[in-house]
Design a protein around this ligand. Sequence first.
Ligand code: NQM
Length: 354
Amino acid sequence: MSLQGGGIPCSLIRGGSSRGAYFQEKHLPADKIERDALLLRIMGGPDALQVDGIGGGHPLTSKVAVIRPSSDVEIDVDYLFLQIDPLKQIVSSAQNCGNLLAGVGIFAIQEGLIQAQPDETRVRVQMLNSQAICHLLLRTPGGEVDTRGDTSIDGVPGTSAPIVCNYLDIAGSSCGALLPTGNSVDLFDGMEATCVDNGMPVVVLRASDFGLSGVESPEELDRNEALKQQLEAVRLQAGRAMNLGDVRNKSVPKMCLVAAPLAGGVIMTRTFIPHVCHKSIGVLGAVSVATACLALGTPVAELAQVPEGRRKRMKVEHPGGAMEVQLDLDDAGKVVSAGVVRTARLLFTGEVMG
Ligand code: NQM
């Protein structure tokens, strides 16, 4: 059977608690407008189900990773993340994704962009959305990627091999500063908020200020239209204050409602990404919220249970369990690196029709 126009090499990978289509940059059109039109056709839409594409009908399963070899000797591959809005038909590079990042090493090895080592392989990735760097450590017995293992992450059934993700220097990666408004607390529509960017721009607010306990299910929160309107009004103001400009059509900042932790973690969260409530929490979203817990005098720090010491292992509680983040601080209390453990799995590799 011959297919009109031929296909585009593509792999579908579950990265962390998200799923996305991974492409080599050289297989996509160089022209951005053509590239985005093609990706919208591939993922499907405008349609909530993305029935005419390979997207999964939710922001967490409507994602694309574009990979290329790096020209920098300190970096193996460059990774561009694109969020595809199933309904609005927007392709946005305004944010990073630490979940799809977890799948970048598997893709780079499978495509021959880097050579796997006999036991473990370190893949040095530059995130083109923010120029920040992350080192991924993958299990590669006998020089082959092995995704089988006994590590489980909340939000994903079953277990797989761990992928250790070490982020270097991510403070202010999208907004230019860790506290982009210059304040640790801002007031928007009378609500106290902490605007933070440690890899992901997030506006952290008390759930109780919205009359919520902070443990409502994502489905219940998604049905609460009045809440979503209030949050969007705050988000538009916070976006400008965070140097992100008009964020009406942007997927950042995320909106995180916090409450006291319930299961031994540091803080309880419900995160809107930004118009749908996350089933768990994004990786860099969790790193940013954990970092906000350290900013004394903020509403989130008052609710948080922060462990002692310069190396802090912090469980950020969310609707599906908790995401453990490790923050390393210097003598001055500044966060110098962040680490998370994720898993990823190659689901298919082949050609997708554009
Ligand atoms: O915060 C969801 C996800 C994400 C992004 C989102 C992510 C991150 O769960 O690094 O991983 O916040 O849009 O994949």
